[in-house]
Each structure stands twice: as structure tokens, then as C-alpha cells.
Design a protein around this ligand. Structure first.
Ligand code: ISE
Length: 350
């Protein structure tokens, strides 16, 4: 826990997301400052440092850790590099915001949760920002209050204009679908019991070797199902929509609500180009809550255990993608250390 009024944050990774968070912390978040930007590419680090003129730069986290004034670390490098930062950050008992996925596989995700359990309380919050989006929060409350009866089915669409760093079949699940693997169980208050992946006719505009789009069929412990279209070269813009089907009606979030223009006999509407614009408010809320909670020695959002649950479902998803068959998702029992975790509802025979 820090007693300072300003949380001093090291940001790891000065790519698209890291730079976005650096600008956010510097301009929109109160109570925190970027103390150091870590990136192995000096040019990228220097470009990001223009967004936070008081920040230093470092080539490695090790170098950044020679500073004794750090309170927190925001990890925005790709998932395969997270473990190397998470372990020393836990040792230094820093507050941690780790972008998704926690790690690429179950073995390393569990290793991280084991290391965290040596501390007195959770230090890691995972960057599943959709949990802070106003639409998702409203939909969750609709599901919980059972206003329209029981939740039966979810139709979700996750479309990116183009896959920048996601260029393998496995990454489609581990890097993109992983959001649904976290947010849909959170919405439904349920656990994913099995996952199947179907591959429709592929777009010729997707990179070589990547069948895009794909469809994930998730079956929850309660019997509720979700059908998720994941299409990361959809070209027209960035779109994430979720429709919940209840016994007495439906509820939908994520419809484009940008500027509507009527001109020369046509109507057009602004579509967000990327997740940065679509989820800007959710990212702001997520980071502000994390900063505030970190000062109190808490996390305020998805824990490392939630990160592990999503990685476990993703690993099953990759297996389903390879085998062409539904795969059961098997989870370790939740340690009492992560007591924010909701118990899974009983399975309803279908
Ligand atoms: C990216 O890393 C994200 O987190 C986005 O939310 C997701 O839509 C995209 O597919 C990922 O590559």
C-alpha cells in the first residue's frame, strides 16, 4: 500500500495500448503519474515519452526496478512477455494492472497465481476492460434482476477492422476471443463448461494461414449457451455487440451510436475504428478504479484468478479449434485467497 498521494507507475510496452494508457494516465486519470516507460525499442519509448514529458524511459523492467520510488506497474506488452514482469513485480509488492491475457497458457497462469498467493492479498488486476463498459454493466444488472426472466442464450459479435498483431489461429482465441471468455461468464454469473469452434467460409482478406471469421459455441454450467462470432478482418470498423435472449424478451448492447449523418440521399453513421475508441470510457473507468484501489492496498476489478479462468477456457478453445470437436473446460478449485470469486450455479439438465 502506498501512502503517497500520487501513484508512480511504470508502463511496460509503448505500443498501441501502452501509449493509450500513458496518455490516459497523464491527461485523464487523477492520482497517478507515469514515472517510467519501458520498451526495448528506444524510438518507440521516446515517442511514448512525448505523451508524458516527466516520465523516464528504460529498455528493461529490471532497469526500471533500480528506481526505489515505483508504486505500480501497468503491463501492456504482448501476453507472452507478461510472466517475466509479473514475477519480479509481485516480489516488489507493486500494484499491478496486467493487460489480457494474463499469460498465454494455463501452466504459466497458475504459476502467477501461486506466486501471488505468497503475498498477503491480491496485487494483480487483469485488464478485462469490458467489465467497466456502461452497456455491459447495465446488461449484467438486467440478468441479475431477472427482469425478463431467465437468461437462455447470448449472441455476441466481436469484429475488428483488421488483425494487426493477431495473425495465428490460436491468437484469435487467446488474444481476441479471450474477452468473451471473461465477460460472458461474468455477465451470466456462470462458468463455461465446454467450448466448440466452427469455421465458416474464410475471408480472402485475412492473412495467410488464418481462417477468419470463426464461431465459438459456449455452453455454460447452467445450460445457458453463447454463440460468438469472432471476425478480426471485418474491414468496416470495430464492433462489439451482445444480445441476451431471456424468457420474456431480449436486450442488446453495443449498437453503433456515433454521429448520424444524412447527406445527398444517404444516411451514414460513424463506426469506431478500433477498440481504443469503442472502449475509451471503459478504459478510463478501469484505470481510475485501479489507481484508487491501489492506494488503499486493494484491486477493484478482475483478479489474476479471473485471468486464469479465461486462459483455461482459451486453452480448451484452441484445442477445439484444432480438433474440430467440443472440448470440456476444466478448472482448478478456487483458492480462498481469491474470495471475490462467485460460486458456479448448479447445472440444469437440458
Ligand atoms: C486486442 O488486443 C484487444 O484487446 C481488443 O479488445 C480485441 O478486440 C482485439 O481483437 C485484440 O487484438
Amino acid at each position: 500500500m502506498t501512502t503517497r498521494s500520487t501513484l508512480k507507475v511504470a508502463v511496460i510496452g509503448a505500443g498501441m495500448m501502452g501509449s493509450d494508457h500513458i496518455a490516459r494516465i497523464t491527461r485523464r486519470i487523477s492520482g497517478a503519474e507515469v514515472a517510467v516507460i519501458v520498451d526495448p525499442d528506444p524510438q518507440r519509448a521516446a515517442a511514448a515519452a512525448e505523451l508524458a514529458p516527466d516520465a523516464a524511459t528504460a529498455a528493461t523492467f529490471e532497469e526500471a526496478l533500480t528506481r526505489r520510488d515505483l508504486d505500480a506497474v501497468l503491463i501492456a506488452s504482448p501476453g507472452q512477455f507478461h510472466e517475466a514482469v509479473l514475477l519480479p513485480a509481485l516480489e516488489r509488492k507493486l500494484a499491478i494492472l496486467c493487460e489480457k491475457p494474463l499469460t498465454p497458457d494455463v501452466a504459466t497462469a497458475l504459476k502467477i497465481t501461486e506466486a501471488e498467493q505468497k503475498l498477503e492479498r491480491p496485487h494483480i488486476q487483469v485488464g478485462f476492460m469490458r467489465r467497466f463498459d456502461a452497456g455491459y454493466v447495465q446488461l449484467k444488472s438486467m440478468i441479475e434482476t431477472r427482469k425478463l426472466g431467465d437468461l437462455l442464450l447470448i449472441h455476441a459479435r466481436h469484429r475488428n477492422a483488421s488483425s494487426h498483431l493477431v495473425n495465428t489461429e490460436a491468437m484469435l482465441i487467446q488474444d481476441a476471443l479471450v474477452h468473451e471468455l471473461d465477460v460472458l461468464p461474468w455477465l451470466a454469473g456462470d462458468r463455461i463448461a465446454s467450448i466448440d469452434i466452427k469455421k465458416p467460409r474464410p475471408s480472402r482478406l485475412a492473412p495467410e494461414g488464418l481462417r477468419d471469421p470463426q464461431v465459438a459455441i459456449l455452453e455454460f454450467t447452467s445450460g445457458t449457451m453463447a454463440i460468438v462470432e469472432i471476425f478480426i478482418n471485418a474491414r468496416f470498423g470495430y464492433q462489439v455487440k451482445t444480445e441476451a435472449v431471456f424468457e420474456e424478451g431480449t436486450a442488446e448492447i453495443g449498437e453503433t451510436d456515433g454521429l448520424r449523418i444524412r447527406h445527398e440521399g444517404q444516411t451514414s453513421r460513424f463506426e469506431p475504428p478500433t477498440f481504443k475508441e469503442r472502449f475509451a470510457a471503459a478504459y478510463d473507468t478501469q484505470i481510475q478504479k485501479w489507481v484508487d484501489a491501489s492506494k488503499d492496498g486493494r484491486i477493484d476489478g478482475p483478479s489474476a484468478w479471473d485471468g486464469y479462468l479465461a486462459v483455461a477456457a482459451a486453452e480448451a478453445g484452441v484445442e477445439a479449434q484444432r480438433s474440430g470437436r467440443p472440448v470440456e473446460v476444466v478448472y482448478e478449485a478456487t483458492p480462498s485467497f481469491y474470495d471475490l470469486e462467485q460460486p458456479a450455479p448448479p447445472r440444469v439438465p437440458v
